[in-house]
Design a protein around this ligand. Sequence first.
Ligand code: 5AD
Length: 426
Amino acid sequence: MNVADSERVSSALEHLGYAFSPVIEEADVIVLNTCVIRQSAEEKAYGRLTSLWPVKRDRPEVVINLMGCLVGIKDNQPLRKRFPYVDVFSAPSDPSPLVEFLIQRHAHETEKAETARRYAVMDGDLLLPHPNIGQQVIGWIPVVYGCSHACTYCIIPYQRGIERSRPAEEILKEAHSLAAQGVKEITLLGQIVDRYGLDQPGYPSLADLLKQLSEIEGIERLRFLTSHPNWMNDELLNCVAELPKVMPHIEIPNQSGDDQVLEAMKRGYTTEQYRELVQRIRARIPGVSIASDIIVGFPGETETQFQNTYNLLEELKLDIVHLARYSSRTGTVSERLLVDDVSDDEKWVRFRALEKLQEKIIREIHATYLNTTVLILFEEKVKNRWKGRTPTNKLVFVESEENLIGQIRPVRIRWTGPWSMLGNLE
Ligand code: 5AD
């Protein structure tokens, strides 16, 4: 989501005449886009912000924009006081304050200013950073902003605001513009992406959107994330099963494998319901890969409750599990009402146990790809190899003299490990 938000800032700035600079010391404008999902992310954001102070001291004309969840959507006076060298504060997904600031400061020509304003409001016009045009294979389109679900541990609804879907025309327009700039794969984004359209006239669904996007020439692959077990429905599963461009990969976090913990998290489903859902997804979409998120050490999580999560993951054998240690976030229900009583050491023990289990599972799953031929979409060159992905979103590296960027090619898999695979072009 933050990558998508940053691309939109860059799109608006390109229209004011700015170009991307890889070197902070040479930049006239520095945008720090931030995440606060866990304490570690927040600390990193503060660390980067502090490191910008000498840059501003040495070159006071530099414009510093602090953006994203550290700023949030509410009053940010305390941040303004604490970081007076920041010129512009902006909420997640909102390039407008920066664009306005630059227009005022530099009195840009009216025409340029108007175009930049249009791009900043994210109404579907999107220009990739210049060097990326024709090079960027993967594009991201936010389709639902914010979240109204309020899982007890989660800060997102407070920082990103209530759930808002974007109008379908806007999304289609954006997808067309990405296709015209060489993008081959689009991932639709939302905190609960399957809830797309519930606040739009006529209730367009995510499946409707995927059908329409499938028609766009040049777009070869479509993905979406993140799903919520209560909102994943058969219409969507049918769509993944039937539309050739929609890739067989589902990101559907369960967060815990224990019913009491799930209840305390206010996730709204039981372990049994999650298990049935995984079975339903697998039955409907053969060869599908499934990813999940798990939080270990939620307040009050006992050894037995953790073991239930372990056992569930051992049974389900998911393709990816993003692991997190519970981190108390100011203002959330769990921070206000529960005690963060699982020690840091214990959280690490549980984290490592799941990490080890998952590594074993994923090794086994990947080994089934050995000596098979898979269609890989290539994204970029990393060192001397071309990096691409399978339809199931697994990383594959290939050596070739040819420039493979943007191509979909059959690849014979000849080595597999837990994090990636190696193959040869067929
Ligand atoms: N502590 C730890 N992990 C969290 N996540 C969300 N909030 C917290 C928190 N307070 C994790 C969830 C979510 C992912 C994006 O981050 O697993 O799915």
